[in-house]
Design a protein around this ligand. Structure first.
Ligand SMILES: [Mn+2]
Length: 303
């Protein structure tokens, strides 16, 4: 199995085409094809960037013609909820608030006067698996968490969202809603009693998104945080549980989501994050996987 895992695209069609050509894919239909490999898109095709419709044409065509595989990102998930009405007819599972418009509005503007096309993509999003496990690798948008994936395996048929989309997904109050949230957006843990930090908008937060690929034993909150904390927490030792940690003997895991900066690198021989912030002046990144036992940094390709 020869797969090229491709990170978060966020509407950057030019970079996507450049990356596919760099990987020796050739134009085929609306998309591209490689004679002996498949692409694997790990979610977040839309929002923020200049041409989400074109990215979707390419990605969907490649998936439907067998030139690529894909899993859902949180932006596709949010778009589904944004377009699913509440049962009482009063609004949608994801409210049409100003904050949510800021996230999804660029895509909506780009599909202006093409509502049919947009609706068809929302239906297609619903066919995407929430996670994927192969013989020697795993792929997921934000977090391979054994407890959450285990729950999804029990609750869902064929790894996809139920049809119709369950109303319970409007809030994080049920195990299913929380498991999907964790897999597509990443896990959080609570800070010690009475501790909090100020997020980038200045709001106090009592829970921290953390590096689930890092062993929390003996680590500080600062070392485990995927965003900044505050000086007091930086040096405070983590004393909570170890349930999210992805161990060194697990299958290779490929994911995106974390808006990394700088030169692409590997987190570990079996942990590969491919989101290098193409939508914030970063790079679109791929990993060329040929079944190797240990991942190596020279197989990362960036444009
Ligand atoms: Mn994401």
């Amino acid at each position: 199995m020869h797969l090229d895992f491709i990170g978060d695209i966020h509407g950057h069609a030019d970079e996507l085409e450049r990356l596919l050509r760099r990987l020796d894919y050739r134009p085929d239909g609306d998309g591209y094809r490689h004679p002996s490999r498949q692409a694997f898109f790990i979610g977040d095709f839309i929002d923020r960037g200049p041409d989400s419709p074109k990215v979707l044409r390419i990605v969907r065509d490649m998936v439907e013609r067998g030139a690529a595989l894909a899993v859902m990102g949180n932006h596709e998930y949010n778009a589904i909820l944004y377009n699913t009405p509440l049962a009482d007819g009063e609004g949608y599972l994801r409210p049409h608030s100003e904050k949510n418009w800021r996230q999804h509005g660029t895509t909506l503007e780009q599909f202006r006067d093409r509502q049919h096309e947009y609706d068809a993509y929302i239906r297609w999003f619903r066919t995407l698996p929430l996670y994927y496990e192969g013989e020697n690798f795993r792929a997921v948008h934000a977090c391979w968490n054994p407890l959450s994936i285990g729950l999804l395996r029990e609750e869902l048929t064929d790894d996809r969202l139920p049809d119709p989309v369950p109303q319970e997904l409007q809030a994080l109050e049920t195990p299913l809603a929380r498991a999907i949230d964790r897999v597509l957006k990443g896990p959080e843990f609570d800070l010690p009693e009475g501790k909090y930090f100020l997020d980038k908008d200045g709001n106090p937060r009592g829970a921290l998104r953390h590096k689930w690929w890092k062993d929390p034993r003996g680590a500080t909150y600062g070392e485990l945080s995927v965003h900044g904390t505050d000086p007091e927490l930086e040096s405070l030792l983590y004393t909570g549980e170890n349930t999210d940690y992805y161990g060194v003997t697990e299958k290779h895991v490929f994911f995106g989501h974390y808006w990394l900066r700088g030169t692409p690198l590997l987190f570990r021989h079996n942990v590969c994050c491919l989101d290098y912030s193409v939508a914030r002046d970063g790079q679109l990144v791929a990993y060329r996987f040929d079944g190797e036992k240990e991942l190596t940094v020279d197989k990362i390709v960036a444009v």
